[in-house]
Design a protein around this ligand. Structure first.
Ligand SMILES: [Zn+2]
Length: 195
């Protein structure tokens, strides 16, 4: 059962001193990115989420299990699309249009490569997720795909997902452990929300 907690600010939120995922005593922390990188520069705000050693490790493994096929899909599919589109455009004579020595084919290739790369990353990650679901089970299922995280500015660690504020909606923390969510809400005097 997941539990959503809306928060108007992530600053100064406190966590109970136990693993946010399994509820055992906290041994370490994992970084949850809460919000986009500021446009003025600097690093994106980060929340230190308490984890037991095992869930902290699972967080990293599951991140890599998404990142590796994601990266491979982007490079392979995006690269292939770049080559095909750039050569195709060049062959069609698009470089002859406009200024001399312009690089229409490269621009078209880059655009095609970027779009195809994102699609490829998504598809590769999805295939890997289905295959790895047998190994990681729920822990992987709970983690949103990296493509979704990229577009939503959301982030996930074992037992907890962050969604930024959007429109009229407040920022949201989704807990996968009810008991920890209840303690968290109490500790920060947040209204107890329906599930
Ligand atoms: Zn744990």
């Amino acid at each position: 059962m997941t539990r959503r907690v809306n928060v108007s600010t992530v600053a100064e939120l406190r966590f109970p001193d136990r693993c946010v995922s399994c509820g055992r005593p906290a041994e370490t922390h994992s970084r949850l990115i809460v919000g986009p990188t500021p446009q003025t520069g600097g690093e994106a705000p980060v929340m230190q989420v308490p984890h037991c050693a095992r869930c902290a490790r699972a967080t990293q493994v599951i991140f890599l299990a998404g990142l590796l096929p994601f990266g491979a899909g982007f490079v392979l599919v995006g690269g292939a699309a770049f080559v095909v589109a750039a050569f195709g455009a060049s062959w069609l004579g698009l470089d002859e249009i406009g200024q001399p020595n312009n690089a229409n084919s490269l621009i078209i290739g880059a655009a095609a490569g970027l779009i195809a790369g994102i699609l490829g990353a998504f598809v590769f990650e999805l295939i890997a997720r289905v295959a790895l679901l047998l190994v990681f089970g729920r822990a992987l299922w709970n983690a949103p795909p990296l493509t979704a995280q990229m577009f939503e500015d959301s982030d996930h660690v074992a037992g907890l997902t962050y969604h930024p504020a959007r429109g009229d909606n407040l920022a949201r923390l989704t807990f996968f452990n009810d008991a920890v969510a209840a303690e968290f809400a109490e500790l920060n005097r947040l209204p107890d929300l329906p599930r």
